[in-house]
Design a protein around this ligand. Structure first.
Ligand code: AMP
Length: 204
């Protein structure tokens, strides 16, 4: 099964992706994670991506499409879950020319709660686990003991532009995939386990 996870920044795509990966044999492909990896390694792609990511803007399509094509090849173009891609109609059309998508899961949240969720978000360096800062007693990952850090683009100013980009460029994908008959929306306002229970109903 080839899946796309759609949803605004902070909707819980990464959190649910980890659960889906654990419970179904599906390879998780996160363009954000790939860019962050390149940034840490200071590759040309990473240095270019950083200048956009820091401002809350999208990395240009030609660069993003290149990393997605490589990731899809690595996954054998089968049994994968795209998280954070596509983010605009142009990327979605390009993806249609590359692989067949079976289902698009849209994690639906009230945009008003997102600024707090994202600004308080901390991520584990080691395993990618995500938690709100209010639930952490120290800077250590409750899952693996790795170091928790705040992403460069999780500060308030950047979050504002990310949400604007989402509304203008990414939200139209909901209609795009609805028209293809592939869209399933789940309520993303509940606790992670509740959201995952809804996703299970969709994936079977
Ligand atoms: P994410 O981890 O999915 O929130 O992505 C973090 C940042 O990486 C985004 O705000 C964008 O700057 C960049 N990015 C991730 N995926 C894409 C994409 N599909 N197209 C363009 N930029 C992307």
């Amino acid at each position: 099964m080839n899946i796309i996870l759609l949803g605004a920044p902070g909707a819980g795509k990464g959190t649910q992706a980890l659960r889906i990966e654990e419970n179904y044999r599906i390879k998780h492909i996160s363009t954000g994670d790939i860019f962050r990896h390149h940034m840490r390694q200071q590759t040309d792609i990473g240095n270019l991506a950083r200048s956009y990511i820091k401002k809350g803007q999208l990395v240009p399509d030609e660069v993003t499409l290149k990393i997605v094509e490589i990731a899809l090849e690595d996954a054998g173009k089968i049994n994968f879950m795209l998280d954070g891609f596509p983010r605009n109609i142009n990327q979605a059309k390009a993806l249609d020319g590359l692989v067949a998508i079976d289902k698009v899961i849209n994690i639906d949240v009230d945009l008003k709660v997102l600024t707090d969720r994202i600004c308080g978000r901390r991520n584990c360096m080691e395993c990618g686990y995500t938690a709100h800062v209010s639930t952490l007693s120290d800077g250590v990952c409750p899952k693996c003991g790795g170091e928790m850090y705040q992403r460069v683009d999780d500060q308030e100013d950047t979050v504002r532009s990310r949400l604007e980009v989402y509304t203008a460029q990414t939200a139209p994908l909901i209609e795009y995939y609805e028209a293809q008959g592939k869209l399933a929306s789940v309520n993303g306002m509940g606790a992670p386990d509740e959201v995952f229970a809804e996703i299970r109903k969709v994936l079977g």
